[in-house]
Design a protein around this ligand. Structure first.
Ligand SMILES: *Cc1c(COP(=O)(O)O)cnc(C)c1O
Length: 373
């Protein structure tokens, strides 16, 4: 690596993103696709990923916060944008002016959106959210009739959609899925009865891949567009993110000598170590000390001793000893045998969503490949 090279980098393959979005679109042929790019596109970078998703056929991008949607608009993404999480004091005016569709879960929110619409002189496009059982945001069924009545009457408000979010879509056959679908149908019927003519959207990645009956007019995949499959289907999704670094030093270690803080690992025989400039400040969890491999020189090799803030040490043995500058893959697509984000997640007792989303670090360069020319 040159002096300006980072110690570690994430490489995001936009070709993989496009491939995954096309695959999801093909799996939901009757529905439009809203690619969810909240959390800086699950750590992959909202603007480049959003562009790639649109190139591959997504007609909507979804974000959690309004600011995330405003940032996409400011970056030139001109298609439909939807943001759904209200916070007290949130000013809806910039969102309405930027033509961002807004999720609405309560009468109070509806009132504030209508007031903001009046100030802008534009219509606010809202998607009314029914809480069908996730118990996060969303209007409880008991308050729903009042919300749809008010929305039908509200001036300056155009109701685009009725929507909800599933709690257990990744557990195939979980009874809650059908229970939520039933409440969703009832909420839709109530909206129609109030005189509204909304589209419907409910499906996350898991439901997009496994529940065609729940695709409705629009699907909202997130994790699958990054190539991580939340359900055990054999869809050819391609993980878009690779986390890599390189060897900066190799050195011999004699039998009986120990490695890194606390001397938690001791060589049983003479060996060679490779030093990699990536540590917990770069997103390598310290609790993976002694429990992870890296891909180096065409095979897996174990990380030994404690992972430090800035460095980790790999035991490379005495054959095919890597050289300074050789690539080290911490996780990638898994296609060659390298560790994956899923493997890290399984070891850490979490989900791959959290692994990739937490990879955005000031010191870790993010680089894109597979951009469309
Ligand atoms: C995060 C999110 C999604 C996408 O979920 P995945 O499991 O990543 O596909 C869809 N809809 C809402 C409301 C979300 O919060």
């Amino acid at each position: 690596m040159t002096a300006s090279s980072p110690h570690a980098e994430t490489v995001v393959d936009l070709g993989a993103v496009r491939h995954n979005v096309s695959l999801l679109a093909a799996r939901a042929p009757g529905a439009a696709v809203m690619c969810v790019v909240k959390g800086d596109a699950y750590g992959h970078g909202a603007v480049p990923v959003g562009r790639a998703a649109v190139e591959a056929g997504a007609t909507w991008l979804g974000t959690c916060s309004l600011q995330e949607a405003l940032d996409l608009r400011a970056a030139g993404l001109s298609g439909r944008l939807f943001s759904w999480l209200d916070v007290p004091e949130l000013d809806f005016v910039p969102g309405i002016e930027a033509d961002i569709d807004l999720g609405v879960s309560s009468l109070g929110e509806l009132t504030r959106v209508a007031a903001a619409a009046e100030r802008t002189g534009k219509h606010a496009r809202v998607h009314l959210k029914i809480d069908t059982g996730l118990a996060r945001n969303g209007c409880p069924p008991s308050a729903w009739p009042e919300l749809v009545e008010a929305a039908a009457k509200a001036r300056g408000v155009e109701v685009v959609a009725v929507w909800s979010h599933l709690a257990c879509a990744d557990e195939l056959g979980h009874a809650s899925i059908d229970a939520q679908a039933k409440l969703f149908d009832e909420a839709y019927d109530a909206a129609r009865a109030a005189g509204l003519d909304p589209i419907r959207h409910l499906a996350n990645s898991a439901a997009t891949l496994t529940r065609p009956d729940l695709h409705f007019d629009l699907v909202r995949p997130g994790i699958a567009m990054y190539g991580l499959n939340p359900v055990p289907t054999d869809d050819d999704l391609r993980p878009a993110m690779t986390f890599r670094s390189s060897v900066v030093l190799t050195k011999p270690l004699a039998a009986g000598e120990s490695v890194s803080y606390g001397h938690t690992w001791t060589a049983q025989e003479d060996t060679t170590l490779a030093l990699v400039p990536a540590g917990y400040a770069d997103g390598v969890p310290r609790t993976l000390s002694g429990r992870m491999d890296v891909w180096l020189g065409g095979r897996r090799r174990p990380v030994v001793g404690r992972i430090c803030m800035d460095q980790l040490v790999v035991n490379v043995g005495n054959e095919d000893v890597p050289r300074v500058g050789d690539e080290v893959v911490l996780f990638g697509s898994g296609r060659s045998g390298e560790p994956t984000a899923r493997e890290w997640a399984d070891k850490l007792g979490t989900i791959d969503y959290e692994i990739v989303t937490s990879m955005y670090r000031p010191r870790v360069r993010r680089r894109y490949v597979g951009e469309r020319a």
